[in-house]
Write a protein that binds this ligand. Sequence first.
Ligand SMILES: *Cc1c(COP(=O)(O)O)cnc(C)c1O
Length: 371
Amino acid sequence: MSCDFFALANTGVQGLHPYQAGKPTDELERELGLTNIVKLASNENPLGVGQLVKAALDQQLAGITRYPDANGFYLKQALADKYDLAPAQFTLGNGSNDVLELIARSFVTPDHEVIFAQHAFVVYPLVTQAIGATGVAVPAKDWGHDLPAMLAAITERTRLIFIANPNNPTGTFLTAEALYEFLTQVPKDVLVVLDEAYFEYVDKELQAPSITWLTAFSNLIITRTFSKAYGLAGLRVGYSMSHPDIADILNRVRQPFNCNSFALAAAQAALSDHDFLTASVALNNQQRAVLETFFSDQGIGYIPSKGNFITMELTQDPAAVYQALLHKGVIVRPVAGYGLTQHLRVSIGTELENETFMQALLTVLAELDAL
Ligand SMILES: *Cc1c(COP(=O)(O)O)cnc(C)c1O
């Protein structure tokens, strides 16, 4: 007989639930014997891999017998050049999720409170709970962050605040002015993580000059990723930009080889492939408008989005719609776990994928309405 390992887990960990990822395409293939599946569940780039990234990956193959560069020298240098920062301000991660967890593990103890918004990215409560710290979910305003309420939630136990801009899964967006004003009000010993995973999709004139704020706000940590607009979700690479003293701490806690050699090389190549990024953002923003028009025309509720996904607000049972879409070979994302009880999130795909989705959705909704 084995012992009760659940009882042995630390108290925070006992309260965890497994992360619910988007359903993988091959899993649906196995389960339903379908082909030509359209996966619009995990906010991935539908354009595939750019030529520069492919070439960089080919080049790396011969070197995989060696450990990767533990410090990611070339990638940090390329990022530093791009953003006019020092390499010492960067922390690389196995996806930016890795960095989000590093930040929490490095600075937060069970005595601390961590503030995030209701309906915000699930990794924030997850990493907080794993430490055994207290998560403070501040009620959303119009599905997004209520910054004045988040300020009011700060106590002497608050160590960290997570803000996603744009937010996933709601796609809501905070203006640069509102964020800047917020930062001026946060005590200097409370860290603010500004998670900009979808930054590249935001229209240029709305993008916050957040990197320039790092000088004035030493408690600010900005995270970004190669998983979304850069199209490298499967390789797992993201990073933070912060005061060098914060990066120094994160880099001590970080596992030395948390970014593998393919990830490092591909990310560096992706940074230089301006055409691929431009095409990815242009496709997304054009197709986002197509989907939003479709929802409006069909009387389907949705939350306006600044990301590469849209969250629908349905009158039908979202779990039933999700299942029926699966049977038509379309994978979207249930978001009930985010407290979004009438909603489903759809990632923006290629024109063809979106057309397949829209057709399938109309059929499914009509079938459910007829029951
Ligand atoms: C997708 C996402 C991330 C990044 O995930 P990684 O693949 O780990 O880089 C971070 N924050 C939000 C809000 C996201 O939606």
